[in-house]
Structures are given as C-alpha cells and as structure tokens.
Design a protein around this ligand. Structure first.
Ligand code: HEM
Length: 101
C-alpha cells in the first residue's frame, strides 16, 4: 500500500513525511470513524492536509487505492462501501486546490 502510493504521487506529497506514522494515524482514524475505539489522536483533517496542495483528483486516487486495497484483502463489498461512504464526506476538508494537470 505504501509502495504503490509512493509510485503514484512520486515525490509530490510523500517525500518529507513519515509513512509508517501516517499509515498508523490513518488506521486509527478510520477505525474510529467506523465506530471502533476512540484511539485517533491526530489533528483534524483540514489541518493535517493544509500544507499540501491537494486536488479532487488526488482525493479520488486515494479513495480508489483504499478500495483496491480492501478488495485485495477480501473485505466484503458491503463493508468496503461503508468505508468509502465514511471517507467521501471528508473531501471538502482535504481538497484545497482546484484540479489541474
Ligand atoms: C481518503 C481520504 C483521506 C483520509 C481519511 C486521510 C487521513 C489522514 C490522516 C488521519 C492523517 C494523519 C494526520 C495526523 O497525523 O495528524 C493524514 C495525513 C496525511 N495525508 Fe491524508 N487522508 C486522506 C486523503 C489524502 C490525500 C488525497 C492526500 C494527498 C494525495 C493525503 C496526504 C496526506 C499526507 C501527505 C499526510 C501526512 C501529513 C503530515 O505528516 O504532516 N491524504 N491523512
């Protein structure tokens, strides 16, 4: 998961950050967002992403990547649907730059 995200975005977003820490934070965030234990201690989504110029196409790519990862782990489609429904409303907090190529 980390490797293919790195390939897709190259050095654009992921050069200066700790991927292991970020992955752990994302797991904690999603666990909590889906009704699991309250273990996410990171900042809110707007603040966490403010220093990156994130376009809607980047958000879509991450959501598609999340979906593909869950599919590859044989997570049932109904549950994958729930995960995607949980992340979709976050787009306005995370996307902060108009789409351009
Ligand atoms: C599916 C929607 C997304 C969710 C649920 C999500 C969730 C998170 C979470 C929980 C963190 C950790 C924040 C913290 O440590 O305080 C984070 C950090 C980060 N996210 Fe996202 N994110 C999403 C989309 C994106 C997109 C589209 C990009 C850019 C392509 C992105 C790039 C990053 C980066 C670079 C960090 C590291 C920030 C840092 O270490 O300062 N994220 N994300």
């Amino acid at each position: 998961m980390e490797r293919s995200l790195q390939i897709r975005f190259g050095s654009r977003f992921l050069k200066k950050i700790d991927l292991v820490r970020q992955t752990n934070q994302q797991i904690a965030f999603l666990t909590q967002a889906l009704g699991g234990p309250m273990i996410y201690k990171g900042s809110d989504m707007k603040k966490a992403h403010a220093r990156f110029a994130i376009q809607q196409q980047h958000f879509n790519a991450v959501a598609a990547h999340l979906q593909a990862t869950l599919q590859s782990l044989n997570v049932p489609d109904s549950l994958i649907g729930k995960v995607l429904q949980t992340v979709e409303p976050l787009a306005p907090s995370i996307v902060n730059t108009p789409d351009h190529n």
